[in-house]
Every structure is written in structure tokens, then in C-alpha cells.
Design a protein around this ligand. Structure first.
Ligand SMILES: NC(=O)c1ccc[n+]([C@@H]2O[C@H](COP(=O)([O-])OP(=O)(O)OC[C@H]3O[C@@H](n4cnc5c(N)ncnc54)[C@H](O)[C@@H]3O)[C@@H](O)[C@H]2O)c1
Length: 335
């Protein structure tokens, strides 16, 4: 039996647990042993994220121990693996502590706030021979997976232009509003926009160069607009998390291939060719379930793939940090 703990029990901690309890009964080889958070009073409360509500009212916590200190949890419980779903400024610290104590780690996106922190996480994983996976969940989304298949297989010829857009109302659920302080979260470019940056990196690799602009009308680093330049490809990526509270979350991607334009929106893909348009059938799993199933394959079955590579996710952080530098210094950055 693999015993796991969740460290950081807010929006994403609860989201993952709601999937994990289903997998516990389906697989029979994993068991929640403990939860750690900074605010024990909020442990049993449901939560509303920009990607929907999470209901944990039916979860049985009778065999789970609760902690407010992650070191005490790791030292006492000695779990086989943890899910670290703490605010981003704590990712590196908790990940390295767990790996150094012989525990496999799943750590939420973005990997960390600096490349030094990302490198420390990878080093601790390698030195301790323990697995590290970062939760770039859209790599597990059926629609984005289909789009990657089109790109890799050149189903409609080569991709030569792509646009990624992501808009959200101001994030309002986080503990002590940590997410709104860019020193703690990286702001919109490193937090929300990293989803698109990671997809761009996963689909096309690191761009040769990029040029970005930001706005800071309502909050620091509230939005980013970037052009990324490749040998034969132009990518435009655009994100803003300062929308009003009634604005519906929106994520959209368009890729122009030689013989088709493909649009991904609301979890659905539409392919527009000259003589027909169609929507392919997609797998039904949601990305968070698929992500955790992949994590279990990595830890329990030792199945590592490119999709779980922390080095690849570190490159996404490098790109997002370059976007901020480009915007602040008002110049193109060569990568
Ligand atoms: N994959 C996604 O789509 C997605 C979506 C939202 C957030 N995230 C990421 O997940 C992480 C957590 O975000 P969230 O929205 O759940 O935040 P949150 O504020 O809702 O939850 C964070 C939790 O961490 C706890 N915490 C704070 N300090 C702690 C400490 N020292 N030890 C243990 N627990 C501590 C707090 O009590 C809080 O409950 C962030 O890195 C965020 O970027 C990912």
C-alpha cells in the first residue's frame, strides 16, 4: 500500500483529493494518511475555483491525521509520496525537504518562481532517486493532447501560426490572497499564463526569441501579451486575470496549419479545412484525473515519459520569466 499526504489543503489540494479518493477505491493500492495546511479550521470547507467548485463534504477523513507543520507531517508519517499544493513561493522548500527525506513529490504548477529553485528541485530528485512530477495539468487534457498529435504528426501539414488566450476574473479564493502578490505567485505571467506557455513549450519547444508587453492598471503583473518567434512559426500568447468577477473564465487556442485551421475552445476542437469542418471525438477523462493517474504510473509502476519531465517544465518557467524581463525592459529577449 502506498501512503500519501497532501500538503497545502486549499483549492488545488481539495481538487486533487476529490479525484484521489475515487482512485483509492478503484485501485486499492493507495491510501491518504495525512493532510497539512496553514489553516486547520478551513480543512472541511468546500471551495470555489475559477475552474469550478470542489465539494469535499462526502469524504471520510476518519483515518487521516491533520498537521499544520509540513516537516512534522513528513517526519512522523513518512509517506511514500506527497502532493504539494501550497502557495507557489513554498514549492521549492517543501519539495526539496520531502525529496531529501525519501518521499516522492507531485508539486503543483508553476514549478517555482526562479530557475535556481527549479534546478534545486531537480537536483534533490536525482540525488535521492525519488520521483518529481510538476502539475502542468493541461498536458493531460484530451483536447490539448489531440492538438499535440496533429502538430507532431503534421496531420494538416506544418503549424505556422498559433494564438493562445486565457482570461480569468481576479482570483479570489486563495489563502490570505497570496496569489495577488507577484513576489509570492509570479503574477499572471508565471501563474495563470504558465498554462499556455507550458503548452507552447510542449508543442513547439523553446522559441528563438520573444517580445512581451504587460499592463498593470488594477494590479501588478495582471496581464501579458507576447509574440514568440521560431524559425517557421509565429506564436501569440495573451493572458489577463484582472477581469471583473462576473466575467466567465475563457481559454482559447487557434493553430493555423498548411491545410487547416484548428480551434480549441471549451474543451472541444474544431478543424476547419477548405472543403469541410469537423470536431474529432475526444477521450472523456478530465485533465486532473489523467494527471494523477500518470503520477501513480510514474511512482508505482516507474513509467517515466517526456510528459512527466521536470526539466521540460523548468523550460516553461524560463520562458515566462523571460516574458516579464522583456516587458519590463521593453525589448526582445533571445532565448
Ligand atoms: N493546475 C491548476 O490548474 C492550478 C489552479 C489553481 C492553482 N494552482 C496552483 O496550486 C498551488 C496552490 O494554489 P491554491 O489555489 O490551491 O491556493 P490556496 O491558497 O487555495 O491553497 C493553498 C493552501 O496552502 C496552505 N498553506 C500555506 N502555507 C502553508 C505551509 N507553510 N504549510 C502547509 N500548508 C500551507 C494554506 O492553508 C492554503 O489552504 C499554487 O502553486 C497554484 O499556482 C494550480
Amino acid at each position: 500500500m502506498y501512503r500519501y499526504a497532501i500538503i497545502g489543503f486549499g483549492g488545488l489540494g481539495k481538487k486533487h483529493l476529490s479525484n484521489l479518493v475515487n482512485l483509492e477505491s478503484k485501485r486499492g493500492d493507495i491510501k491518504l494518511c495525512a493532510i497539512c495546511g496553514a489553516d486547520i479550521k478551513s480543512f472541511k470547507e468546500n471551495v470555489k475555483l475559477n475552474l469550478g467548485s470542489v465539494d469535499i463534504s462526502n469524504i471520510d477523513f476518519s483515518s487521516c491525521n491533520f498537521y499544520e507543520d509540513y516537516k512534522e507531517l513528513i517526519d512522523t508519517e513518512k509517506p511514500d509520496f506527497i502532493l504539494s499544493t501550497v502557495p507557489t513561493y513554498l514549492h521549492e522548500e517543501i519539495c526539496v525537504y520531502a525529496l531529501n527525506h525519501g518521499v516522492h513529490v507531485f508539486s503543483e504548477k508553476p514549478m517555482a518562481l526562479s530557475l535556481t529553485d527549479c534546478a534545486n528541485m531537480i537536483k534533490a530528485s536525482k540525488e535521492n532517486h525519488k520521483k518529481l512530477m510538476i502539475g502542468q495539468c493541461l498536458r493531460f487534457d484530451p483536447a490539448y493532447t489531440k492538438l499535440k498529435e496533429y502538430i507532431d504528426n503534421e496531420t494538416f501539414g506544418k503549424a505556422y501560426r498559433a494564438e493562445f488566450t486565457r482570461y480569468s476574473q481576479k482570483p479570489a479564493w486563495t489563502w490570505k490572497n497570496w496569489i495577488l502578490d507577484p513576489k509570492l505567485s509570479g503574477g499572471c505571467p508565471v501563474d495563470m499564463h504558465i498554462h499556455d506557455v507550458d503548452l507552447i513549450n510542449w508543442f513547439f519547444g523553446k522559441p528563438n526569441s520573444l517580445h512581451s508587453a504587460i499592463t498593470e492598471k488594477k494590479a501588478e503583473l495582471e496581464s501579458v501579451f507576447t509574440q514568440m518567434f521560431y524559425d517557421d512559426l509565429l506564436v501569440i500568447a495573451n493572458a489577463d486575470w484582472s477581469m471583473t468577477q462576473t466575467f466567465p473564465f475563457e481559454a482559447r487556442c487557434l493553430v493555423n496549419f498548411e491545410t487547416a485551421t484548428v480551434i480549441l475552445e471549451d474543451g472541444k476542437i474544431t478543424v476547419y479545412k477548405d472543403d469541410e469542418s469537423f470536431s474529432p471525438n475526444l477521450a472523456e477523462n478530465d485533465c486532473f484525473t489523467e494527471e494523477i493517474e500518470t503520477l501513480l504510473k510514474l511512482i508505482i509502476d516507474d513509467e517515466a515519459t517526456d510528459i512527466t519531465s521536470p526539466e521540460s517544465v523548468m523550460t516553461s518557467v524560463e520562458i515566462a520569466l523571460a516574458e516579464i524581463k522583456s516587458a519590463k525592459e521593453k525589448k526582445e529577449i533571445i532565448l
